[in-house]
Write a protein that binds this ligand. Sequence first.
Ligand SMILES: [Ca+2]
Length: 457
Amino acid sequence: MSYPGYPQQAGGYPPQPGMYPPQAGGYPPQAGGYPPQAGGYPPQAGGYPPQAGGYPPQAGGYPPQAGGYPPQAGGYPPQAGGYPPQGAGGYPAMPPAGSWGGGPTGGYPAMGLDNMSYPGYAPGQMPAYPKVPSPNPSMPGYGGGGAMPVAPAMNVMCGASLGGLLCAGTDEQAIIELLGSRSVKQRVPMLRSYKTAYGKDLIKDLHSELSGDFRKLVMLMLKSPSQLDVYELYTAIKGAGTDEACLIEILSSRSNAEIKEIARLYKQEYKKTLEDHIQGDTSGHFRRLLISLAQGNRDERPNVDVSLAKQDAQALYAAGENMVGTDESKFNAILCARSKPHLRAVFQEYQQMSGRDIEKSIVREMSGNLESGMLAVVKCIKNTPGYFAERLYKAMKGAGTKDSTLMRIMVTRSEVDMLDIRQEYVRTYGKSLYTDISGDTSGDYKKLLLKLCGGSD
Ligand SMILES: [Ca+2]
C-alpha cells in the first residue's frame, strides 16, 4: 500500500549523489525495480473530481467534523479538482469503535455499515492515502493514460447503479466493470452511498448474491487499505493454523505510518492488540521478529552512513557465519531497526566482505519460520516489486493456487506498484503475470483479478 514511501523514497534505490557510492556491481538498477518509471504512476490531473451530489451535506448524514477529512501534511494531497470538496458536509465522520469485520469472528456477513470505519480518513491519523495511489494506468477503465475517469466516477451513482444491478438480479459482469475500474478511494465510499440510496447494506447484499472466490475478492476490494491489512493479519493469526508468510509480507512491506494505523485499527476491531495476538500465536525468535516489525519504528531517514553500514555488515558476519551457532538477536536488531537504504548498503558491504549474499547466510544460519521471515524482510528491502512477484509466482505455481495470497497481493498492490511487479514477474519467470493468472483461475474471479492486473506484458 502506500503509499508513503513508495516509490518516492528519498535516498532509496538507486543511490543518489552524495550518498552511498555507486559501485561496479552495486545496487544495479533493475528493470522494473526502483525508481519509478515513465508511465508508471503518472500524477493525475483532475483526479477525483468533485461532483454534484458526490458528498452532499445531508440531514443526519456525514456530519461535518473538526478535522474530519483534513488536508494533512503528507496526507491526501490536494489535487486539481481535489477530492473531496472540503468543509462542512465533507467526508463521513469516523465512526466509533466497533466494526468492520464483524468483530472477533471476522465474519463478513455480520459487518455493520454503520460501524464501518474509514481509517484512512481519520482525523489526525496517519496519512493513509498520501500521494494518491494512481490506479493502474492500464486498467481499462482508465483509458491507459493514467488519468482518473472524469465522467463515470460518481460514487453515489456507483452505489446506486450497483443497487440497481442487485435489484434486477445479479449482473456479475457489471460488478466486475464497476469495481475493477475504480480505485479503492472510489470503491469504499460506495458502501455509504448505497446505504443512503437503498437503506441496505451493500456488503450483506453482495455477500448473499455472490459466492466463492469471486465473492471473497469483491469483499476485499470494498475495504480501505488499512482495513484490508488488519483483516488479513487477523485471519492469518486467528484463522485455521497461522499464515506466517502473510504476517511477514504485510509487516515487512508497509511503512511505519501504515503499521501504526494498522495497530490502531486492529485494536479497535478486535479489542486486543496485534502484538497480543502475535504473542499468543507465535514463539521464539520468529515472534521477536514479528513484534519488532509490528512496532512500525524502522528508521526512515534517507541518508546512508557508509561506515555504519560496514560496521553492521561486520556485525552480521560475526553473529552468523563467523561464529558457532547464530546470534539471531543481532540479525533482528539490524534488519528491523535500520533504514531500508542503509540496509541495501549493508547487504552490499556484506557481500564484499564475506563473499556471500546475505540471503545465503540466512539460509545457512537459520531455519523454519525465522529463516523465511528474515529472508522475506531482506528480499522486500532489496526489491519490493521483485518480492511480490515471487510471492505471486509461488502462490500459483504447481497444483492448486493459494488464492488468499493471490487475492491479497493483487488488491493491495494494484494501485501501488503493480506495473513494477508485472515487469519483475515477466523478467524473472518469462511469462506475464496476466498469463499466469489467466491459466490459474477461472470465471468471474479471474476476470476481476485480471482487472487488477491491468494488462499483459
Ligand atoms: Ca554460525
